[in-house]
Design a protein around this ligand. Structure first.
Ligand SMILES: [Fe+2]
Ligand SMILES: [Fe+2]
Length: 489
């Protein structure tokens, strides 16, 4: 008897496992098709061939899932997207799609939509056009969405409103711990490889690739923690930390640009090595607290070419090392080639160099180590980069970068209208002027414990204190002698 019960239980477990794997596979397919259908609907009318080419496969996958599962729901919770009960993995092939869908849910204050058996193409098409034409600036996006679904007579679709996040404090702490470990591991790998390059020894390329891989995996899970970590600039061995920061900003861009797994790995490796030519420069020069004179600049400007030599000596030639060599050579050329080293002929910078030079300039400016010796607040750095966009950077990628970091990038110190001082810890993609901030001081002085507030939520509430909780301006932490790392680490 017992044996039969055990057997049934084992079979059920096996079935559940198979079903889960099935859902994960179908989920990936579904989110990618759903995403491309939404994107097509932004550009084309419903009767256009381009749209029909998308909606047909979307309907077939919806039918397949409903037939197998009897239901199909997409929901978000604690920063994840679920197909029915299965949590979809953020992986390279579906990252852009999952992110887009989650941001859409957030904008609509939507927790879940479920499709029932019987849903037809017309209903789905109406739903898609409601989504792409939706004005999320209305007072109550969810109710407005619900009304539109009702008006369009979409009977086989059910919506559920967003519920507050239930992620426990412990889970958040564990995520932070793991993120910090990965970040510092990246720094130590940069340090180790730089020292190898200094003595012309072979670099362990596999180790570098592995650390980039774990950075990507971790960034996929804990984006904002990595943005916080790279907003810290006051480490002792800044040259190594800088490379890890540039790697993180570059990977963020690469992920959003939809680069493949292999491309992300190449981009990450190239960003970690971009300044490897500096290892041969004297430390006093690198750490010089005041501005460089002309002869010091002459030395500094050699690091891209020294980097090329270092990498050629220390790495085996293969596609990813060649990419890294190109980036070392090109990362200070500027988009109009007015930078260094000087070139005789015209050339177009490769994509990785264009991405990395933006991440590099932003980190260098905000840390105040190389080009200007005092750190520039994040919002000011973005402004300066924007003003010199046609000379220095690929303007499309730069706009993309600015959009990604937000008006007040993570790590910005801001003054609120009620006199409190806050540190930006997370941006709200749907409202870039109202991020989440950690309150670190009030007019009476620094606080002992720090409370996090979501300015976006306050701005939407009807309470009286809305006006008193807006960002007035960015502050310069140096002026207040503040070490922001104590609030982040
Ligand atoms: Fe550099
Ligand atoms: Fe750099």
């Amino acid at each position: 008897m017992n044996n039969i019960a055990e057997q049934v239980e084992k079979e059920t477990r096996q079935e559940n496992k198979e079903n889960f794997i099935y859902l994960l596979g179908k989920g990936k397919e579904l989110v990618n098709i759903f995403y491309s259908t939404l994107k097509t609907a932004f550009l084309y009318e419903p009767n256009n061939d381009a749209f029909l080419k998308q909606i047909n496969p979307l309907m077939s996958i919806i039918e397949i899932i409903i037939r197998q599962e009897e239901e199909l729901s997409l929901s978000t919770k604690d920063g994840y997207l679920f197909l029915n009960q299965a949590r979809l993995r953020f992986d390279f092939e579906s990252y852009v799609a999952i992110r887009f869908i989650m941001e859409l849910f957030q904008k609509l204050k939507l927790y879940k939509f479920s499709l029932e058996s019987g849903i037809d193409q017309e209903e789905m098409q109406n739903f898609i056009y409601i989504l792409v034409q939706f004005d999320s600036n209305v007072d109550d996006p969810y109710t407005s969405l619900e009304n539109k679904v009702y008006e369009n007579n979409i009977k086989h679709l059910h919506l559920e409103k967003e519920i507050p996040s239930s992620e426990s404090h412990q889970i958040l702490l564990d995520k932070r711990k793991l993120a910090k470990k990965t970040f510092f591991k990246a720094i130590s790998v940069v340090k180790e490889t730089s020292q190898k390059a200094m003595s012309n020894k072979e670099i362990n390329f596999v180790k570098v690739k592995r650390v980039v891989q774990s950075l990507v995996d971790q960034i996929l899970q804990n984006e904002e923690i990595f943005l916080e970590l790279s907003s810290l600039k006051n480490y002792d061995e800044y040259t190594y930390v800088h490379s890890a920061n540039v790697c993180i900003y570059s990977l963020f861009m690469g992920l959003r640009l939809g680069l493949s797994k292999r491309e992300l790995s190449e981009l990450g490796v190239a960003s970690l090595f971009h300044d490897i030519g500096k290892v041969k420069l004297p430390l006093e020069l690198l750490n010089k607290p005041t501005s460089f004179n002309e002869s010091e600049w002459v030395k500094m400007r050699k690091h891209p070419v020294i980097g090329v030599k270092n990498l050629l000596t220390s790495l085996k030639l293969e596609p990813s090392s060649i990419r890294a060599i190109m980036v070392s050579f090109e990362h200070h050329l500027n988009i109009d080639l007015t930078g260094y080293p000087q070139l005789k002929d015209n050339r177009e910078l490769n994509l990785y160099s264009r991405i990395i030079s933006i991440a590099d300039a932003y980190d260098a400016m905000t840390s105040g180590r190389v080009y200007s010796k005092t750190p520039i607040p994040p919002d000011e750095a973005l402004k300066r980069m924007f003003y010199s966009r046609d000379k220095m950077h690929d303007s499309v990628l730069l706009k993309f970068f600015i959009n990604m970091l937000g008006v007040y990038p993570v790590g910005s110190l801001v003054l609120l209208s009620d006199g409190k001082m806050g540190l930006v810890i997370k941006n709200n993609p749907e409202n870039l002027t109202s991020p989440q901030v950690k309150i670190i001081a009030d007019p009476q002085g620094l606080k002992d414990s720090y409370q996090s507030v979501d300015l976006n939520k306050i701005s939407q509430s009807s309470e009286e204190d809305v006006e008193s909780c807006k960002i007035v301006k960015c502050l310069d932490p140096q002026k207040y002698n503040l070490d922001l790392s104590q609030f982040i680490l």
